[in-house]
Design a protein around this ligand. Structure first.
Ligand code: MCN
Ligand code: CUM
Length: 798
């Protein structure tokens, strides 16, 4: 049933009342979160635990001439001061990044960005460690910094990476995709071409919980446990083993409750390594937890793509080709968090939702004296940038042609019958109905009414202008397949293990790691659906490498597409064995046993009254197992997806722009999403709301900025503006359902869609308010002064 207001549609009738697929089950994990019983890294306390504080460089570019630890060591309670020289003894002075660059754990020779880790002070409590850190005297020979990608590629720019042999400039990498020649030809022959330059500014994921770790080496067991804020504990363990030389089975990574990740907790940071190394050396637990400004200034940033977009089209709006060139700022190290064979992430999905024959993209990345990054911030590896580019360019083209942005989209959409669809840059879209989602959004947004209202205000020279922005995005989520996607060589599969206990309840362990997405609920729902169990009888565990099956972690909205698939497949394996047990209990042949999804029971074909539930089967598995089977009832699945999934949606944003102040107000915000079959509509709704808020932050407020001396001027929450409830309008959400044909339960990921899809809709809306006066673009963040300048340029300011 559809809610009358077009809002969330309850699907209480699915899931057969046991909390399976489609039911709005309340989040199981919230019991502990809302009663203050969450267990985050900083909640972990160990006997004799020491605390680590990191000494950071005030300079963005400087050679270290000397570090004097003596005064710090004199502070009562300071136990040790570590520098690169100390770490070198253990071969830990440097660590590999996820892109196989080499990053200093503590600066070896030269500081390359402000706030880089120079030394670590270990003390009996955090305040003493901080006192000690202030007494470490570092002599710097300050060098000229360069914090701008374009300037860093100029001939006379200071060389940042003199530690890389043969490196003579600040050039990091080049990348290209598509067919350059065919694209050039399409541009030559086109009726119309448009071009626009746009910066997707540097953002910070800014999870509420900053990064931290508790290193805990047990000399008795010769085992290193590291509790850490990790989105990917298993791969982090593998990397720890490779870097430290400690055998992998002697390392345990525990990712307890994680207070938001958003991509920020995918990389390995020096602080983790220092806490682990210090506990190993001192044989005492060592805790390191960042402060807010440390998190913003030194951990992985997102975006920083300066893009030029071009479209070639016919007079009547058929898009023939797209071309783009990007200048990417990678910071001081190449530490982007992406599958290793994708140096520009999944940016080459920039043909978006449109059936465009020809495309070409090129990219140059530069090193700058800024923190390393390029993590995917709720974006599935640069899809945000790609979607921004194409959705902005479609609006630019529509304005050039004087076409309605709805009509131009309809004309160019990939049609439902074209799926599976191969894009000109090699993506295999699984399924989609783009027009269906757009139609629904148009209806919910009362599009025609606002178009009339917009014209009325122009005609009457009103004080506020109205703008309507659309984004019809396509996402690509669920990496692997393992053959094309890996992290540090490890294929991007994922896993689930199900153990049904003798009394009929179950423990499910997965290789992914929740940071707030509600996995303890939704994975239980998948298993409940597939085994006819009640969701309350299933506990989901994750985040402990000692007990959970290996998986590549949660990012790129891959948990549902990959580990969710594993959970379904593992359930079906359990179901198969359950049939053998049912046959034994019911004294029938296994071939005659069928499972009824509705009742969740197993019965003899043709005799529905001879039935048995999973609880009774569980008892049978342990207390009366058939001789043909092993006792017990469990299964594990490692799932390598054949393809990614392609969720999509259409967002429509209506804004009012004040001609006097440049202020933008949201009048209407409609988001229609399609993530295939939905496990928990309420959790999806929460994901969409959160992601839209982040999209608003992106479009309106957020930007990590630097001054010419390399100082981070957007490095704290006074200067890096996050949206609050005051800036967030009422969202109207809707959905369509186009299942993924290759996913075992037809689901696609959804976690990132709203952050990917919303910024171009918002910018398109603000541009749309001024496009009648010739404005084609407004840069993000669209602060009132940025918007006012555009109003002024267009002669619209009052
Ligand atoms: N879901 C569903 N039905 C679907 C698809 C998803 O019910 N068809 C549910 C899932 O079961 C899961 C949630 O929605 O509970 C998100 O699922 P999915 O899209 O698979 O994404 P992941 O679980 O892999 O989460 C990752 C994604 C990313 S990459 C970022 S970044 C992000 C996001 O999730 N970080 C978050 N949402 C976040 N939400 C919170 N609260 N905190 C973060 O750090
Ligand atoms: Cu795209 S940020 Mo998430 O991948 O953790």
């Amino acid at each position: 049933a559809e809610a009358e207001d077009g809002g969330p549609q309850p699907e209480k009738h699915c899931g057969h009342g046991r909390g399976g697929m489609g039911e709005e089950v309340k989040r199981k994990e919230d019991q502990r979160f809302i009663t203050g019983r969450g267990n985050y890294v900083d909640d972990i306390k160990k006997p004799d635990m020491l605390h680590c504080e990191i000494v950071r460089s005030p300079h963005a570019h400087a050679r270290i001439e000397n570090i004097d630890k003596s005064r710090a060591l004199d502070v009562d309670g300071v136990v040790a001061v570590l520098t690169a020289d100390d770490l070198r003894e253990y071969d830990l002075a440097t660590m590999p990044t996820l892109m196989a660059d080499t990053q200093d754990v503590l600066v070896n020779d030269k500081v390359k960005f402000q706030s880089q880790e120079v030394a670590a002070v270990i003390a009996t409590d955090r305040y003493t460690a901080k006192d000690g850190a202030q007494k470490v005297v570092v002599d710097y020979d300050v060098l000229e910094p360069v914090v701008d990608a374009e300037k860093s590629l100029e001939d006379d720019a200071p060389l940042i990476r003199d530690d890389i042999e043969g490196q003579e400039d600040n050039h990091c990498l080049d990348w290209e995709t598509g067919d350059e020649e065919a694209t050039a030809e399409a541009f030559e022959n086109a009726d119309v071409t448009v071009k626009e330059q746009m910066l997707y500014q540097r953002l910070h994921p800014a999870p509420i919980e900053t990064c931290g770790a508790v290193g805990d080496y047990d000399p008795g067991k010769d085992k290193l446990t590291v509790h850490m804020t990790s989105q990917a504990p298993h791969i982090h363990r593998t990397l720890f083993a490779q870097v430290s030389g400690i055998p992998e089975h002697k390392i345990r990574i525990v990712s307890p409750d994680v207070g938001g990740g958003f991509g920020n907790k995918v990389p390995i940071y020096p602080g983790y390594v220092v806490a682990a190394a210090a506990s190993y050396v001192l044989e005492q637990p060592v805790k390191w937890v960042e402060e807010r400004s440390e998190n913003i200034q030194s951990t992985g940033f997102a975006r920083d793509y300066d893009m030029t977009g071009e479209l070639a089209a016919t007079d009547d709006g058929e898009i023939l080709a797209v071309r783009t060139d990007v200048l990417a700022d990678h910071g001081a190290y190449n530490a982007v968090a992406q599958p290793s064979k994708f140096p520009a992430g999944f940016f080459n999905i920039f043909t978006g939702s449109y059936d465009i024959d020809t495309a070409y993209g090129s990219l140059t990345a530069a090193y700058t004296n800024t923190a390393p990054g390029g993590v995917a911030y709720r974006c599935s590896f640069r899809v945000t940038e790609a979607v921004y580019l194409i959705e902005r360019m479609v609006k630019v083209l529509a304005d050039e042609l004087g076409m309605d942005p709805v009509e131009i989209r309809r004309k160019n959409f990939i049609q439902p019958e074209q799926f599976p669809y191969e894009s000109p840059t090699g993506w295999n879209y699984d399924s989609g109905d783009y027009e269906g989602a757009l139609d629904k959004a148009l209806e919910m947004a009362d599009y025609d009414h606002y178009r009339e209202e917009q014209q009325r205000r122009i005609d009457e020279d009103a004080d506020t202008l109205l703008g309507i922005g659309i984004s019809s995005f396509t996402e690509v989520v669920g990496a692997g397949p393992g053959k094309t996607c890996d992290i540090a060589g490890v294929e991007m599969f994922d896993s689930a293990e199900i153990r049904v206990h003798p009394t009929g309840n179950a423990t499910v362990r997965v290789g992914v790691q929740t940071q707030g997405q509600g996995h303890e609920t939704t994975f239980a729902q998948i298993v409940a659906e597939e085994l006819g169990m009640d969701v309350e009888d299933i506990t989901v565990e994750h985040g402990d490498t000692d007990t959970d099956p290996y998986g590549l972690g949660t990012y790129g909205s891959r948990s549902t597409p990959v580990a969710g698939a594993a959970a379904a497949v593992a359930s079906r394996k359990v179901r198969e064995k359950a049939k053998a047990i049912a046959a034994n209990e019911l004294e029938a042949a296994k071939e005659d046993i069928t499972w009824d999804r509705e009742s969740g029971e197993f019965h003899v074909a043709g005799a529905p009254d001879r039935s048995i539930s999973i609880t009774e089967i569980a008892a049978g598995a342990y207390m009366n197992h058939p001789s043909s089977e092993e006792p017990g009832l469990e299964a594990v699945n490692y799932y390598d997806p054949p393809e990614m999934t392609y969720p999509f949606g259409s967002y429509i944003v209506v804004v009012e722009v004040d001609r006097e102040t440049g202020e933008v107000e949201f009048e209407k915000f409609v988001a229609v999403d399609d993530c295939g079959n939905r496990i928990n509509p309420m959790i999806i709704e929460g994901q969409i709301h959160g992601g839209l808020a982040q999209g608003i932050g992106t479009a309106m407020l957020e930007h990590v900025t630097f001054d010419d001396n390399g100082n981070v001027t957007g490095g704290d929450f006074m200067n890096y503006l996050l949206p609050t409830s005051m800036e967030i309008p009422n969202f109207e959400t809707g959905h369509t359902v186009t299942p993924s044909p290759h996913h075992p339960i037809g689901a696609k990921g959804v976690g990132e869609s709203p952050t990917v899809g919303s910024p171009p809709a918002i910018v398109n809306a603000v541009v749309d308010a001024m496009s009648h006066a010739g404005i084609t673009h407004v840069e993000m963040p669209m602060t009132p002064d940025t918007v006012w300048e555009k109003l002024d340029e267009a002669g619209l300011a009052t």
